[in-house]
Design a protein. Structure first.
Length: 458
């Protein structure tokens, strides 16, 4: 017999207290943080949906693995464990450990990038774009047209536009393409999955023109879930087999193991090309550490090795996707405008539609992030014109394609009652939506301004 209720496929062994603040306290906290949730302290937050990166609860097996971590500088047994796990999963022969995903990005895109180079992606995430642009290269997003229509139902809105890809390579010249990057799932595009067919089509175009093809694979297990349930030919494949096939199509991959690695720290760069690996290894040693630890402790490598296996467990993945879907479906029923269908790691609110009275140059997404915190102690992140907006020469805002707020759900952390509370907070958000005003930026940096920017209410 099949039951409707999907419960957490784990038991709670350790708990962390949450300080239950008042709305008056939160008004003071967010004002002192210049209306930027990144600048709040964790003690001031009740439900933390800022990110799913490094915020997972580790399993008993992961904690046990930590106790046997080998902290040798070179050739540690924990490195051997991590190397064999990644090699088995990806099939790539050259693996470089890093302290997190953006370190792997910086190494790869520094080697492949530079002035005159172009990187093409379904959608570059914030740190990816920053590392590319910091090298002097340009980053171009070419998601499928359906991706920017939040209410449209499409099984793979994370896909890359293949026609645009080929046209861009022709326009820029294959020799000027740093690489093509496929982000799975497409985080900046609303956590939407990418189909295997799309990956195959990208592979075909890149092979035709001799362009390198890399995966940003930090949520590849969650992406594999959607492929299995939405692409007919993969219904009988395991989640791991689906991931392995996608890896086989690319020349390498960058991963933040703080997502689908179920670890609190760590990442890696995996490459098939030996010469490229040698160049990246040199930069790794200079900036991260020796090639068998790359800035990671042995205990972190053990946690990642175990996490990369646990993430593909069917019961876990089903719970993960369905619990995120539960939150999204309930918000959708009450009329909260969302990115649909619901993705795997987060629920994305369409702040532009929710606060239709707030112009994009007054950052409706940032206004919503602040309202969520004030009303419910929920910390979320704006993924719109604060994160991805640019300026003209006259400092006029060029807005992002969408004004989203992401509720990124940490893995194995919150229970059903926490989610029910979030749903209740949104009822108040909907009641008061017409009273909310926009925001102005009073301080910002050139790169990744959303992390440290200061705001004031209108």
């Amino acid at each position: 017999m099949t039951y409707k209720t999907i419960f957490e496929p784990f038991k709670i062994k350790s708990v962390e207290p949450i300080y239950i603040s008042t709305e008056k306290e939160r008004e003071s906290y967010i004002k002192d943080a210049f209306y930027n949730p990144f600048l709040l302290t964790s003690h001031q937050v009740m439900i933390d949906f800022l990110t799913d990166s490094g915020t997972s609860a580790m399993s008993a097996n992961q904690w046990a693995g930590i106790m046997i971590g080998d902290e040798s500088y070179a050739g540690a047994s924990s490195w051997e464990h991590l190397h064999s796990t990644i090699k088995d999963l990806t099939g790539y022969h050259h693996i470089l450990p890093t302290h997190q995903g953006r370190a792997a990005e910086r190494i790869l895109y520094s080697v492949l990038g530079g002035k005159g180079k172009t990187f093409i992606s379904n959608t570059h995430f914030d740190t990816t774009r920053a590392n590319i642009e910091f090298s002097g290269a340009e980053a171009i997003d070419i998601p499928v047209p359906e991706s920017t229509q939040p209410r449209l139902i499409h099984p793979f809105k994370g896909n890359m536009d293949i026609e645009k890809l080929e046209n861009l390579i022709k326009e820029k010249g294959a020799e000027n393409i740093g690489c093509v990057i496929l982000t799975v799932t497409n985080n900046s595009g609303g956590g939407q999955p990418v189909s295997m067919q799309n990956a195959k089509d990208i592979k075909a175009v890149c092979s035709k023109y001799g362009v390198k093809f890399f995966l940003d694979c930090c949520r590849i297990a969650e992406n594999a879930y959607f492929i299995k349930h939405r692409e007919e030919e993969y219904k009988d494949k395991t989640y791991k087999e689906i991931a392995q096939e996608m890896f086989s199509l690319a020349d390498g991959a960058v991963m933040s193991a703080k997502k689908d690695g179920l670890a609190n720290m760590g990442g890696f760069l995996a490459i098939e090309d030996e010469k490229l690996s040698e160049k990246c290894s040199t930069l790794l040693i200079i900036t991260e550490g020796f090639t068998t630890y790359g800035g990671l402790s042995g205990r972190d490598m053990e946690a990642i090795s175990i996490g990369l296996k646990e993430i593909f467990e069917p019961d876990y993945l089903r719970y993960r996707i369905k619990s995120t879907e539960y939150l999204g479906e309930h918000l959708n029923k009450m009329g909260v405008p969302l990115m649909l269908p619901i993705g795997g790691h987060a629920v994305y609110i369409d702040a532009k539609e929710l606060y239709s009275h707030i112009p994009v140059d007054q950052y409706p997404g940032q206004a919503l992030a602040c309202e969520l915190y004030i009303k419910g102690g929920i910390r979320a992140v704006e993924i719109g014109s604060v994160m991805f907006g640019k300026y003209t020469d006259k400092h006029k805002l060029i807005p992002a394609p969408m004004e989203l707020v992401r509720l990124a759900i940490p893995r194995r952390v919150y229970t059903q009652s926490h989610i029910e509370y979030v749903i209740e907070v949104f009822k108040k958000i909907m009641e008061d939506k017409d009273k909310v005003t926009g925001m102005d930026i009073t301080f910002e940096t050139l790169f990744l301004r959303h992390f440290t920017a200061h705001f004031k209410k209108r």
